[in-house]
Write a protein that binds this ligand. Sequence first.
Ligand code: PMP
Length: 413
Amino acid sequence: MNDMTPPGSLSGVRADFPGLLTPQGERWHYLDTAATAQKPQAVIDAMSNALGRDYATVHRGVYARSANMTRAYEAARERVATFLGAQSANEIVFVRGATEGINLVAQSWGGANLQAGDRIMLSQLEHHSNIVPWQLIAQKTGAEIDVCPITDDGLIDLDWLEENLTTRHKMVALAHVSNVLGSILDAKRAAKAAHAVGAKLLLDGCQSAPRMRLAMEELDCDFFVFSAHKLYGPTGIGVVWAREELLNAMPPYQGGGAMIDRVTFEKSTYAPAPQRFEAGTPMIAEAVALHAAIDYTQNVAGEAGMEGLFAHESWLAAKAREEMGRMNSIRLLGPEKSAGIVSFVMEGVHPHDLGTILDEENVAIRAGHHCCQPLMDHLGVPATARASFGLYSDESDIEALMRGIERTQRIFG
Ligand code: PMP
């Protein structure tokens, strides 16, 4: 992206995504990138080559193809490390996705560090995958869960957090960006508050990794997790980042091949991190495709960097809010400044009905609770409609959305 490109249009990018056309070759207005992103041809090709021409196992083979694949798998780890501004590739654990990543931290770190009387701080807007793993480990250890409220405009209330964290809190686990409201957490401030009471901070980076510049040192969190499929990469792979020292102090999450040092029937010893947490044959082709996805995304971002993508998507979100704000029948949720995600409800129209009518117009939005039922309870709605943008979105997607919303209003009006 160059300086001349107006925010809200990254010309030419759509052609890289075969998934952005309907089977009839029409334009598909895909506004569900927060659920999962469409894949550029470069990622599809990387996956295809890794499963075809280049395929072999990693870490074990003595033949050249396996050695090459091992290099490619480890190069993907290096690539993720630079993307996150990590100190070393040893800080990068490959998992199946963010959900498995949070379960790994909850079971491994939580299992070793939580006990009865300890507390875990979550927030009202968390995704189920940053709630249920903590409930599971709380039940096992006797720890208890607290919930940080959100402000009226949908931000995690950091004033409340600072006032209510105590030395009994051992873990603070928060969404960096809300998948429903697009609200952005001041992660540094949350880290300061957590560390002031000796707690760890886990950031759920599912929605920030695809659209924000990330530097682990600056964020100052202890754990960061994300899924590749929201970052234009494949399903089936995600990342847990943590400092090496912290990872090496944690027990294994799963046992099996590749995570061991020495196995006897009496006792096994484990490999250091990150291998300690990667039991079994890993996601080989997926790691290679994730590498391609990061290369592609940063290449599109160009000199403006991830800040440019952020500006592009938040500009589109602001534009969508402005257009919808003119309609009396629409209630917008979440803060004015959001990271490319807009949730709303339409008076007298169930979000599922709206989603079905929009589908007839080749507009794909999300309708439902977005795996955030406690947030829905707080907002007093069973479901919301959500439009979310990606690097391939532009103003024509908003125009199509608005046409569909107006048609819906006529049908229900
Ligand atoms: N957290 C957030 C904020 C999300 O948006 C999602 C995906 N909707 C997840 C966690 C879970 O990610 P995954 O299903 O890829 O494991």
